[in-house]
Write a protein that binds this ligand. Structure first.
Ligand code: 5GP
Length: 114
C-alpha cells in the first residue's frame, strides 16, 4: 500500500508547519483550519483508523493524548479550552486514513459539534 499523505509529511516529502516531533509522533498545523488553533497529532506508525488500533498501541495512543495536552498548554488554550477529535471512517468524515488526533481551540466550539 502506498504511504499516506501524513507519512509523506513525516518523511519531509511534502511540507507542513511542524509544531512538535519526537520518535513516535509528529504534530503539524492543519492545512484547512476549522478553528484559530487546529493542529494534528499523528502517530508515526501508520494505523489507518482507530478501528485498526490494538492493545500493542495502548502506550502510543496515550502518548498522543499527552502530546496534545502539552501542545494545548504551549499554545495557551489549556485554560480557555480545546477539543480533541478522532474521526473514524466515512460517517465521521475521515479523509486521511492515517490515524490522527485533531486539537481544536482558540475560540468557543460550543456550537460546532458538526
Ligand atoms: P480527517 O478528516 O481525516 O479527520 O482529517 C484530515 C485532516 O487533514 C483535515 O482536517 C485536512 O484539512 C488535513 N489535511 C489533509 N491533507 C493535508 C496536508 O497535506 N497537510 C496538512 N497540514 N493537513 C492536511
Amino acid at each position: 500500500m502506498s504511504e499516506s499523505i501524513f507519512t509523506k509529511i513525516i518523511n519531509r516529502e511534502i511540507p507542513a508547519t511542524i509544531e512538535y516531533e519526537d520518535e513516535f509522533t509528529i504534530a503539524f498545523h492543519d492545512i484547512h483550519p476549522q478553528a484559530p488553533i487546529h493542529i494534528l497529532v499523528v502517530p508515526k506508525k501508520e494505523i489507518q483508523t482507530l478501528n485498526q488500533a490494538t492493545e500493542e498501541d495502548t502506550k502510543l495512543l496515550g502518548h498522543c493524548l499527552l502530546i496534545a495536552k502539552n501542545i494545548a498548554k504551549t499554545r495557551q488554550i489549556d485554560e480557555s479550552g480545546y477539543r480533541i477529535v478522532i474521526n473514524c471512517n466515512a460517517d465521521a468524515g475521515q479523509t486521511v486514513f492515517h490515524l490522527h488526533f485533531h486539537i481544536l481551540g482558540g475560540h468557543s466550539l460550543q456550537l460546532a459539534m458538526g
